[in-house]
Design a protein around this ligand. Structure first.
Ligand code: RAM
Length: 357
């Protein structure tokens, strides 16, 4: 994974213009016209994140906005009040009424959003997902941060390694309906079940902090209380992992942590010694995920891609451009676009990454 220092500087500059879109509210702005990209003039591209107040979602939206505006399109950023399907349905209905050209959604629920996504597609809007998918029949494609199996494998291997190959672990997830977290948890479970190597690991509970810091803190404390023999907590959510990291480190707990975290939020908790709660964790670049969704939105609206597996599109200076849509592993024939592999953050590289995202 290459650092995109230039793009990060641009994102920092954009951050000021994004503030209005980062508090359960929306922002809309027109980019400079005539820049490189598809035929974007007069077109409006929306992004609906999972919820307001989550720095990961803000980074994702920053990347999206950067691409849309650089190409001369109008960008709408919507951050719903809470990480629920209902909050997203309200926002999507309003975007349908406004007649936007595309909506990129990080879904809080695969099925509860299906009918509003279908409604948007019936109205001629290009619907795609990023980060967390909807029912694949109700969108054109999915910008997936990393392969589901790869994330599941990385997480179960981290639990195995940190636990010393045996003992109890718990998962602290986001919401119980989150498509992405549920897919990663299912992958972890099936890898564990299918390989004798992991047979001495015991998953005692999947707890849900709903991507809210306080609830994630409470759930971490409950796990510590309920399972005195717990060895590892795996939090496949940036909100959950940072809340758990603080609880474990403040309490000088011997329970260790891994999962998916933002380097900027986790730097103070990553270390190999007893004073740190998290030996290592994983993530991808959320700014790049938003950029990928921006380029995919433009390509869907200008007809470069239809959402069929095999379609390809250019994504500016992104590392793996051009991107090719591939078939989902579920046999549905629907497509996804993989950003890249999950990346490990550890004591050797965390300092380098903490100021980037
Ligand atoms: C949280 C959100 C997001 C997920 C990351 C890892 O910020 O739940 O959807 O991809 O964690």
């Amino acid at each position: 994974m290459k650092k995109k220092v230039l793009s990060v500087l641009m994102c920092a500059a954009l951050a000021a213009t994004m503030l209005a879109g980062c508090g359960g509210s929306s922002s809309s702005s027109e980019g400079s016209t005539g820049a490189a990209g598809g035929d974007t003039s007069g077109k409006t591209y929306a992004i609906v994140t999972k919820s307001a107040g989550n720095p990961y979602n803000e980074k994702e939206a920053e990347g999206f906005q950067e691409v849309i505006e650089a190409a001369g399109g109008t960008c709408i950023v919507q951050n719903p009040e809470s990480a629920t399907a209902d909050a997203q349905i309200t926002v999507i209905q309003s975007l349908i009424s406004q007649g936007v050209d595309s909506i990129a959604i990080a879904a809080n629920d695969a099925n509860a959003l299906a009918s509003v996504c279908q409604e948007a597609m019936d109205a001629g809007i290009q619907v795609l997902t990023l980060d967390s998918d909807v029912n694949s029949a109700t969108r054109k494609t999915f910008c997936n941060q990393a392969g589901v199996q790869e994330v599941g494998q990385a997480l179960i291997d981290a639990v195995y390694d940190i636990a010393g190959g045996e003992g109890q672990y718990a998962i602290l997830s986001a919401t119980s309906q989150a498509t992405n977290q549920n897919a990663w948890i299912e992958a972890m479970k099936s890898i564990q079940e299918s390989d004798e190597k992991y047979s001495k690991l015991e998953l005692v509970e999947v707890a849900y902090g709903d991507d809210e810091p306080q609830k994630s803190t409470d759930q971490t404390q409950a796990l510590l209380q309920n399972y005195p023999d717990l060895k590892v907590i795996c939090a496949p959510t940036t909100v959950g992992i940072s809340a758990a990291a603080k609880v474990l480190q403040d309490q000088k707990s011997s329970v260790k942590l891994t999962g998916l975290g933002l380097p900027s939020e986790m730097a103070e908790y990553i270390g190999a010694d007893d004073a740190h709660s998290c030996p290592y964790m994983f993530l991808w670049n959320p700014i790049d995920l938003g950029k990928l969704a921006g380029y995919a939105s433009i390509a869907l609206v200008d007809g470069t891609i239809t959402g069929a597996a095999g379609d390809t599109f250019e994504a500016g200076d992104m590392e793996n451009s051009p991107y090719t849509l591939t078939e989902l592993a579920d046999g549905s024939g629907a497509s996804e676009i993989i950003l890249g592999p999950p990346f490990q953050f550890n004591p050797d590289n965390i300092e380098e990454w903490k100021s980037i995202y």
